[in-house]
Design a protein around this ligand. Structure first.
Ligand code: PEP
Length: 250
């Protein structure tokens, strides 16, 4: 059976002072035995702070991107082994902001996922369609291509140690959430893609929903049979909101 995961994506927000308060509130709010998992994906410079403040707590931490390379002359890049050194459990790969603003295509996302797993991280691979694509009726084709690049390149077995996040681009940071039924329909497509290759994974692969998740809409999203948690952007910066979302999953 799948346990739910609520992961925060801080994007390029935070400061040492602000983080101290936010991480302290999360640590205190979760207690030690959490029924659902909770994680925060913070900017690279704050990973050491997250490690220091969250170690021994029920809150895991991770990064928002990783290099496809293991080491070498790649100025500005951060390797998966470096993230492990800082105690990361999770790393986002293929977030739509990176696909759109850093020209990351699906084969590169698959290579990043492989690099992350090789170092023992659990990648959260993000897929999702733009508004124009949804309006053209090609949502399933888009997310199938994005996930298919991972499955074709690396095999479906990678999802034993990876999480999928469905994040419709039109819902990210816009306040427009997919309805539970819209999200459930795409999650069904994604789960089917995995299950077609390995029926044994039907019950284990975790698929999160992301896109303007808030305390006020989390419960109805989590009630859907194929929604196994959330990837939360804006609301993850507010400890009250984020903890309420995590509670809704618990
Ligand atoms: C995200 O950036 O992954 C995200 C889901 O953002 P928001 O919750 O702000 O829409």
């Amino acid at each position: 059976m799948r346990s739910k995961l609520v992961a925060g994506n801080w994007k390029m927000h935070g400061s040492l002072t602000e983080n101290e308060a936010l991480l302290g509130a999360l640590r205190g709010g979760l207690g030690s035995a959490a029924p659902s998992e909770c994680a925060v994906c913070v900017p690279f410079p704050y990973l050491a702070q997250a490690q220091r403040l969250l170690q021994g707590s029920a809150v895991a931490w991770g990064a928002q991107d990783v290099s496809e390379h293991a080491k070498g002359a790649y100025t500005g890049e951060v390797s998966a082994a470096m993230l492990r050194d800082l105690g990361c459990r999770y790393v986002l790969v293929g977030h739509s902001e990176r696909r759109a603003m850093h020209a990351e295509d699906s084969p590169l996302v698959a290579r990043k996922l492989r690099a992350a797993q090789s170092a023992g991280l659990v990648p959260i691979v993000c897929v999702g369609e733009t508004l124009a694509e949804r309006e053209r009726g090609v949502t399933d084709a888009i997310v199938s291509e994005q996930l298919g690049a991972v499955i074709d390149g690396l095999g479906v077995g990678v999802f034993a140690q990876a999480v999928i996040a469905y994040e419709p681009v039109w819902a990210i940071g816009t306040g427009k959430t997919a309805t539970p039924e819209q999200a459930q329909a795409v999650h069904t497509t994604l789960r089917r893609l995995v299950v077609q290759r390995d029926p044994g994974m039907a019950d284990s692969v975790r698929i999160l929903y992301g896109g303007s998740v808030k305390a006020s809409n989390a419960k109805e999203l989590f009630a859907m049979p194929d929604i196994d948690g959330a990837l939360v952007g804006g609301a993850s910066l507010d400890p009250k909101e984020f903890l309420a979302i995590w509670r809704a999953a618990s």
